[in-house]
Structures are given as structure tokens and as C-alpha cells.
Design a protein around this ligand. Structure first.
Ligand SMILES: *Cc1c(COP(=O)(O)O)cnc(C)c1O
Length: 215
């Protein structure tokens, strides 16, 4: 069962920020996705490769984003159905995506996932690694990937000031490199999307508020 009341409220909250909504449908059935599409949603996010490929094949009209941790050996299977990969958490992975994209004659939009939380459990590049990518030769060499911006997950905490500070730092970093053609800053999920929007996010990823809890 989907929460249309929450969905519509989130849409109206998003409007003044000119941000996009990725509806995170991981573990949820095709029927729920179809129902949300009927209500106007077009972008869906998935965390697991096989699940994404299956869902994308049965609902090809939706725009599919991969938001999870991607293993190198799974890259090739998601490329044909994925519009944006949010979780590029190492330069090695970006190189692998470029290699597979070249083989498939594709250009793939990606976000570098930056490690912004003060916890040790989240994947991502450090700011230094991301900086190295932009200032070094790789950004020109990898011709089959387009780095469109960044994704960040804040600490899982009640401390809103900490969450705000983590998002703010990533926004600042994004602004520094924006003139290179970046246009996407993916920050904010069910628990912290309002903070993220206020700190400059233009793409939020919402699962449980729309589709219900996943347990
Ligand atoms: C699951 C997931 C979300 C959505 O989380 P909710 O708290 O259910 O909104 C967003 N981003 C990523 C990377 C996720 O894995």
C-alpha cells in the first residue's frame, strides 16, 4: 500500500525548491510502483541490481536510478536500463562503468557518492578523492561517463545540527565544481529531506514515507 497523502505533501514541499523526487521502491512490489506512476511519479530508485533490472524490464516507461552500492561485476547488467547511477563510491568503480559503457556504446550519467557522515558505515569518496578526480587527468579521459554531481548520506542521528552541517559542506563543495557542468545534488531521504532541501539539495530520495516501512 502506498501513502498517497505523504506523496502529495512531499511534492508540494518540493515545489519551491525546484527539486526532483526519486521514489525509492526497493523491496516493494511492481503494483505499488505502477500505482505511483498513475499518480504522476516518473523517477524510481533501486538498491539491488537484480531487482532493478527486473523492475526496469517490466516497467520500461519509468526512469530508473541506481542508488545502492554497486559491485564492479554487476555494472554491465544495469547500464542498459539505468538513467542515473547515484552511488559511485570509488574512482575504480567509475573507471569500470566507463569501460563497460564504452563496450555498450553508451554515455552514462553518474553522481559521485561523497562520504559526508561522521559514522564509519557509509560508502563513499572523501572530498580529497573527489577533488583529485576533477583536477587530475581522469575527468577528461573517461569519455563514456558524465559526472553530473554528488550524492551524500548524512549521519543517522537525531542531531539535526550535525545533519545540516554535513549537507552544508557538501553543497559548498558542489558549488565549487558546479561550473564544470554539474547540475545534480542528491541529498535527503525520509528522515532528513527538509534539512537537505534547505541546504540546497535538488534531488531527494524518498522510500518509506511513500511506500511504507520496509520491515
Ligand atoms: C533506502 C534508501 C533511501 C530511502 O530511504 P527512506 O529512509 O526509506 O526514505 C534513500 N537513499 C538511499 C541510498 C537508500 O539506500
Amino acid at each position: 500500500m502506498i501513502h498517497l497523502d505523504n506523496y502529495n505533501r512531499i511534492l508540494s514541499e518540493l515545489k519551491p525548491y525546484n527539486a526532483q523526487l526519486v521514489a525509492v521502491s526497493k523491496t516493494k512490489p511492481i503494483e505499488d510502483i505502477n500505482e505511483l506512476m498513475k499518480n504522476g511519479q516518473t523517477i524510481f530508485g533501486e538498491n539491488y541490481v537484480q531487482e532493478l533490472v527486473e523492475k526496469a524490464n517490466s516497467i520500461p516507461d519509468a526512469e530508473w536510478h541506481f542508488i545502492g552500492h554497486l559491485q564492479s561485476n554487476k555494472v554491465k547488467s544495469i547500464l542498459p536500463v539505468t538513467k542515473l547511477i547515484h552511488g559511485v563510491d570509488s574512482i575504480k568503480l567509475l573507471q569500470e562503468i566507463n569501460k563497460q559503457a564504452e563496450k555498450q556504446n553508451l554515455n552514462v550519467d553518474c553522481l559521485l557518492q561523497i562520504y559526508i557522515a561522521s559514522e564509519e558505515t557509509k560508502f563513499g569518496l572523501s572530498y580529497e578523492e573527489a577533488e583529485e578526480y576533477f583536477t587530475g587527468p581522469l575527468s577528461d579521459q573517461l569519455k563514456n561517463v558524465n559526472v553530473k554531481g554528488f550524492m551524500g548520506m548524512a549521519s543517522n542521528t537525531e542531531d539535526n545540527n550535525l545533519i545540516q552541517a554535513e549537507f552544508r559542506t557538501l553543497k559548498k563543495f558542489y558549488d565549487t565544481y558546479k561550473q564544470l557542468g554539474l547540475d545534480t545534488l542528491s541529498m535527503g531521504m525520509t528522515s532528513d529531506y527538509m534539512i537537505a532541501l534547505n541546504e540546497g539539495s535538488n534531488m531527494i530520495r524518498i522510500g518509506s514515507a511513500i511506500f511504507g516501512s520496509r520491515i
